[in-house]
Design a protein. Structure first.
Length: 258
């Protein structure tokens, strides 16, 4: 097996160990999406299997969607929960994110996945002053439980943009998770954010295993608040505008559509 090594001399404590714990947790989902194998970790370094890549196909996308539904169905201890057996920090990209054991998805999502990054984005000037109130209003609405449902916490990848989806000869392999207990639609909204090959086939495959609740496409903006807030914190004011527009879409949603 050939390998790929990632190193960061300035990596926070347990940075790559958290990645390894997330990969291991996702791997334990019965018949879930394949994830890259971890060969070793040490402070500031992780060595992973090297995944050969091929062109995406509709068939592989359909299989990926079905497997992703099975990964989500493996569940988590709570909203915001760490991977089972992991007691260290969680990260998305290079930023630490809160871990929590919350029974309310809305309370967790607004408090721990949007507001911490909104504060950073405001501090660096990436949110226009006249957009802040609507973004905060959307967070308050989410935190109130307006979009909560009886669905239990899902085992989500947490950073499922297209760059973390590798198309191998044997199907999709996932890398670089920010794995935690969350809402399954958040992973799907991240896939949609930056474009995923054959996205409609991914959804079709997903729904063969676990049908989505009606109106999920209307809620994409709700579930993109988190990745847009993360990007607004570090990638410029354009993402601040996108976050504001997503917040507006949330404020326009009927309640109890989470």
């Amino acid at each position: 097996m050939t390998s790929f090594i990632k190193q960061r001399a300035d990596a926070p404590a347990a940075f790559f160990e958290a990645e390894a714990a997330g990969l291991a947790w996702l791997r334990r989902a019965p018949e879930g999406v394949r994830v890259a194998s971890v060969i070793r970790t040490e402070p500031g370094l992780i060595e992973l299997e090297r995944v050969p890549e091929v062109r995406p196909t509709p068939e592989a996308a359909h299989e990926f969607g079905a497997a992703l539904a099975r990964t989500h169905a493996a569940g988590a201890a709570a909203f915001g929960a760490r991977p089972d057996g992991w007691t260290g920090p969680l990260f998305i990209g290079r930023r630490e994110m809160p871990a929590e054991n919350e029974s309310s998805w809305g309370a967790f999502y607004a408090r721990d996945r949007v507001l911490p990054f909104l504060e950073v984005a405001l501090g660096v000037g990436n949110i226009a002053p006249d957009h802040e109130d609507e973004i905060r209003a959307a967070c308050e609405l989410v935190a109130s439980g307006a979009f909560n449902t009886p669905e239990p916490p899902s085992r989500i990848h947490g950073d499922l943009w297209a760059g973390n989806v590798l198309w191998s000869p044997d199907g999709v392999v996932l890398i670089d998770p920010a794995a935690h207990g969350g809402h399954r639609e958040t992973d799907l909204a991240m896939l949609a954010l930056f474009g995923c090959p054959f996205f409609d086939e991914v959804i079709a495959g997903y729904e063969t295993t676990s049908p989505l609740r009606a109106g999920w496409r209307d809620r994409v903006g709700l579930h993109q608040l988190h990745p847009l807030a993360v990007h607004a914190a570090g990638h410029g004011p354009g993402y601040g505008v996108a976050l504001w527009r997503a917040a507006q879409s949330v404020l326009a949603l009927p309640e109890q559509q989470g």
